[in-house]
Design a binder for this molecule. Structure first.
Ligand code: ZN
Length: 82
């Protein structure tokens, strides 16, 4: 079985999806989906690329919106991993 490859939305680096965190957009919130089970459009991000994603507005691009997306949930999730 080939390993699924996904690209990080911030740096565009393609990698084994186990190294990426899936996030989905729920009511304007970028929401972590570590079990990869939530419906809807997913975006993939390396944990260390959060700052890059913020600077480049990668979430807006990935979710095809001009709206301001909150990343509070995502930041909280990543903080709690440490
Ligand atoms: Zn990246």
């Amino acid at each position: 079985m080939p390993i699924p490859i996904r690209s990080c939305i911030a740096c565009r680096k393609a990698t084994n999806w186990r190294e990426l965190l899936r996030v989905v957009e729920v009511l304007g919130q970028v929401t972590p989906d570590p079990d990869r089970r939530k419906g809807g459009r997913g975006a993939w991000l390396r944990r260390e690329c959060l700052e890059t994603a913020k600077q480049r507005k990668s979430f807006q691009r990935a979710f095809r919106t001009d709206a301001n997306l909150s990343i509070d949930l995502l930041e909280k999730y990543l903080e709690e991993l440490h």
